[in-house]
Design a protein around this ligand. Structure first.
Ligand SMILES: *Cc1c(COP(=O)(O)O)cnc(C)c1O
Length: 373
């Protein structure tokens, strides 16, 4: 296959970014940054302009998720990966149960499992491309799983675990799901994510919707004699968030472009708008793959296929890595599969910022590359 192949201009998407994060930033978000130059960028995060911005994000997210009135939006620096350690220190009382069906779910599982002050975690695994279900277990006080396993493109529903201990918590990694997949957040106690996926901003921040039960758990553990590093102290994050601040300095540009995306989503119809759009985009890819003789959706159970990350397997007659390389040389980027999955596959983000018409253009580009190489 010739990597030197030039895809005709008229086939190319308007925006060629299809990566799983950092992902496409809408031009309007960049414009919001330009406008923030006059009074916001380069100013103190302890003063009104930035605190008001944080408050707008917190309120905008509660509106977007239609969150119960007593849920709180907590945020801090460090991204979702930092939140795994924060939750290990500050949310798990004694024992967690994890669903592990890909890279991200397994990382949080090993964080709690390796914590010397916690009991061994209960880890329920399934093959990549499938998903396990949580099982009520006496003594488990946190049930955790990703709503979207970004490494494989498997989506898992968010729900309470029937028969679980009365005060156990549901803690959902919604890093790549939030803003693009449907959810009833009242089914979770902690719904956490980062801004560089559906929110189309930059990384480095974690954001979480907390139920009153989750706040109470954080306070209970903070009052116990467990040693917790200051940077990973959840109670400190909650206290700062109530003042529309973070414990240490956040990236202001990340906040500005995140807020622009939340406002855009809410103006256009909120979660319903977002989920219809990602469903449209993902369906274009899955239907194309199913109809083709050389490609197929990697996730075999249609109900487990994600609407925000579509993974498409190719026949041995096609070298998916070479297709991705040719696309990249033409400005259509980041459709390589998750590196550790090691499949002959393309992985395409269908986050809400991405235009469904650009997904159709991507499909045309793939077909062009295959036909001309
Ligand atoms: C991207 C991703 C993460 C990691 O997020 P960071 O902000 O880079 O720490 C965690 N979980 C899932 C499901 C993700 O998609």
């Amino acid at each position: 296959m010739s990597i030197g192949l030039t895809i005709p201009e008229n086939l190319l998407p308007v925006d060629g970014r299809f990566g799983a994060g950092p992902s496409k930033v809408r031009p309007e978000q960049v414009q919001a940054l330009v406008e923030a130059r006059s009074d916001l960028l380069g100013t103190s995060h302890r003063q009104a302009p930035v605190k008001n911005l944080v408050r707008d994000i917190q309120e905008g997210l509660k509106t977007f998720f239609n969150a119960p009135a007593d849920y709180e939006v907590v945020l801090g620096v460090g991204g979702s990966t930092a939140f795994w350690d924060i939750a290990t220190f500050g949310l798990v009382r004694n024992k967690a149960q994890h669903l592990s069906f890909g890279e991200f779910g397994s990382k949080f599982a090993s964080a709690t499992n390796n914590a010397p002050f916690l009991a061994e975690s209960s880890i329920i695994k399934s093959e990549p491309g499938t998903r396990p279900v949580p099982v009520a277990e006496a003594g488990v006080d946190v049930y955790a799983w990703p709503q979207n396993e970004t490494s494989t493109g498997v989506a898992a529903p968010v729900h309470r675990v029937e028969g679980a201990d009365e005060d156990s918590l549901i803690v959902i990694d919604a890093t790549s799901a939030a803003g693009g997949l449907d959810v009833d957040v009242s089914q979770a106690d902690v719904y956490y994510f980062a801004p560089q996926k559906n929110f189309a901003s930059d990384g480095g921040l974690w954001i979480a919707l907390f139920s009153p039960a989750a706040i109470a758990r954080a306070e209970e553990i903070a009052a116990s004699d467990r040693w917790i590093p200051d940077f990973l102290n959840l109670k400190t994050a909650i206290d700062n968030s109530r003042l529309n601040q973070t414990y240490n300095t956040p990236s202001l540009s990340t906040l500005v472009s995140l807020n622009a995306q939340v406002q855009w989503l809410n103006t256009n119809g909120g979660l319903e708008f977002a989920t219809a759009r990602t469903n449209d985009s993902a369906s274009r890819l899955y239907e194309w793959a199913e109809a083709s003789s050389f490609a197929s959706p990697y996730v075999s159970a249609p109900e487990d296929r994600s609407n925000v990350i579509a993974t498409i397997d190719f026949d041995d007659s096609i070298d998916a890595a070479a297709v991705a390389k040719t696309l990249r040389a033409n400005g259509v980027v980041d459709v390589e599969p998750y590196r550790k999955l090691g499949r002959n596959q393309l992985r395409v983000a269908t986050f809400v910022a991405i235009e469904p018409e650009d997904i159709s253009a991507l499909i045309k580009c793939i077909e062009y590359v295959l036909a001309n190489s």
